[in-house]
Ligand binder design. Structure first.
Ligand code: FAD
Ligand code: SF4
Length: 476
């Protein structure tokens, strides 16, 4: 770097954010892209720590200081090539990773409480620069260099075109193995397309990534559900190995009275109905759930809850209130998204636990109790304890339940010797090769193995599983 003290002269600067009053009515990404000067200056704030904590905390272990240095020196294509060495979807992770909990939280310059802060200078804007690198490189015509790849005759079926499946396909293609990716949806991306709303990531990002992957030799069979449109047996017969990255799609319930009242919605069907409505993917008989004019209460405190809050605002809800059973500090979602939600008009009720959805034939309100935080549980998260006599009912016309997702093991798993743990997660550890299931020809990764988590952890597991497959096929 030209000046190692640049962080003292140039403050952390995020890409410009669209004003909240504009955001409230449009489904567009809210952060403007950085320009080359900004990106170079912000990248130059990196201290080039000898032992970069950001790199360790990043689940794919991106070579962060190295590509920051390349951007500071204006070497865009080299930065893009390097960032793709460790991450199959850098343009996506730069947009949707909870950086405050990952790379930026671990940055030595960070002053927001993770690790040792150096005087409150503010972490390097790693996520936005990661996005900048891919966006600018793609615009300038860069594509992954496949010139050195030696093709083999091996073909692997990948079930699921979400981050795990795409991570796996990327590594297989780069090693001369043809991945054929099956997905029941008509576009790739999994929850990135049919879940995460456009204000976090616009949908063309995945369309372009499909074209990039197709250019690398990845084949897609979209609109094809394994177990319905094509059998697992056919995949086992026709391919040299199978990777499963099928996600987790069992909705978690609260287990309190009133959850079945008309007006109560699950988070994912609500978000998917919005995507389908907006993109023209609606099929006859599909329901579009509009929150226009409604008093909406969202239950939950994760990324899914924030997406429901902010989608309801954009649909024209009369009010949006989000109730969560812990305090703001202990919520699981990205802090950045809570700030964005507040700016857009979402009201938060912290330390409130729902005990009933009330109404006569339809939703009329939510009964909440106040909680205090008790001792930490085995995962270190403090358990909410109900304050006696604290019941209150807040009025609502619609309630959206965003308590998370559990795995949905398929009935055909047992026919192929695929085992699951008590929580329904596919067991893919302990085999000879990385992410191999109890059936040596079948590998698995992402949410269906680790439980609902993050895009970047799913990408990592897909890539690792691909390495396992390459070992199994004897390509490595
Ligand atoms: P998925 O993305 O679920 O992909 C699985 C794919 O498999 C799907 O496309 C599905 O159609 C396909 N499939 C399943 N069964 C079959 C079958 N039988 N045949 C063919 N295809 C099949 N993470 C973040 O890091 N940041 C965020 O901001 C964030 N926001 C989120 C918001 C919401 C609303 C949700 C629900 C999740 C969010 N997450 C976020 C989590 C993240 O999206 C997931 O952890 C990630 O997508 C998991 O990747 P995956 O590939 O394992 O599964
Ligand atoms: Fe940070 Fe996520 Fe990029 Fe890793 S992948 S550098 S955690 S934004």
């Amino acid at each position: 770097m030209s000046d190692v003290f640049q962080f003292m002269n140039i403050p952390r600067q995020d890409g410009a954010k669209t004003p909240a009053e504009v955001r409230r009515v449009e489904f567009k990404e809210i952060y403007a892209p950085m320009n080359p000067t900004q990106a170079g200056e912000q990248a130059g704030r990196c201290l080039e720590c000898g032992n970069p904590y950001c790199e360790w905390k990043c689940p794919v272990h991106n070579y962060i200081p190295n590509w920051l240095k390349l951007i500071n020196e204006g070497k865009l294509f080299e930065a893009a090539e390097l960032s793709h060495q460790t991450n199959s979807l850098p343009e996506v992770c730069g947009r949707v990773c909870p950086q405050d909990r990952l790379c930026e939280g671990a940055c030595t310059l960070n002053s927001d409480g993770f690790g040792e802060a150096v005087g409150g200078f503010g972490a390097v804007t790693i996520g936005q620069i990661e996005k900048y690198i891919s966006e600018e490189a793609f615009k300038a015509g860069w594509r992954p260099d496949m010139s050195h790849v030696v093709k083999t005759s091996k073909r692997v079926a990948v079930i699921g075109a979400g981050p795990a499946g795409l991570g796996c396909a990327d590594i297989l293609a780069r090693n001369g193995v043809t991945p054929v990716v099956f997905d029941r949806y008509d576009e790739i991306g999994g929850l990135l397309t049919f879940g995460i709303p456009e204000f976090k990531m616009e949908k063309w990002v995945m369309t372009r990534r499909r074209e990039v992957l197709e250019g690398m030799g990845v084949e897609f069979r979209l609109g094809t559900e394994v177990g319905k449109d094509i059998s697992m047996q056919q995949l086992m017969d026709e391919y040299d190995a199978v990777f499963m990255g099928m996600g987790t799609y069992t909705y978690m319930k609260g287990g309190f009275p009133g959850e079945d009242l008309p007006g109560v919605l699950e988070a994912l069907p609500f978000l998917i109905s919005n995507v389908n409505h907006r993109l023209g993917f609606e099929k006859p008989g599909d329901d579009y759930h509009s929150m226009a004019g409604q008093r909406v209460v969202v239950l939950g405190g994760g990324d899914t809850a924030m997406d429901c809050n902010r989608t309801s605002i954009r649909q024209g809800a009369a009010s949006v209130t989000c109730a969560y059973r812990r305090d703001e500090k202990n919520m699981p979602g990205s802090k950045r998204e809570v700030v964005n939600a507040k700016e857009e008009g979402v009201q938060f009720l912290w330390n409130r636990q729902p005990v009933e959805i009330v109404g006569d034939g339809k939703v009329e309100g939510v009964k909440l109790v106040t909680t205090e935080l008790g001792p930490p549980d085995v995962r270190g998260r403090r358990t909410p304890v109900v304050v006696p006599g604290s019941e209150e009912v807040i009025p609502a016309d619609r309630v959206i339940i965003a308590f998370g997702f559990r795995p949905n093991p398929q009935p055909w798993f047992t026919d192929f010797g695929i085992t699951t743990d008590q929580g329904g997660r596919v067991v893919a550890k302990g085999g000879q090769h990385k992410f191999q299931t109890a059936n040596p020809k079948i590998f698995a990764g992402g949410d269906m193995v680790r439980g609902s988590d993050l895009v970047v952890t799913a990408v990592f597991e897909g890539r690792e599983a691909a390495e396992g497959i390459l070992g199994y096929l004897g390509v490595w």
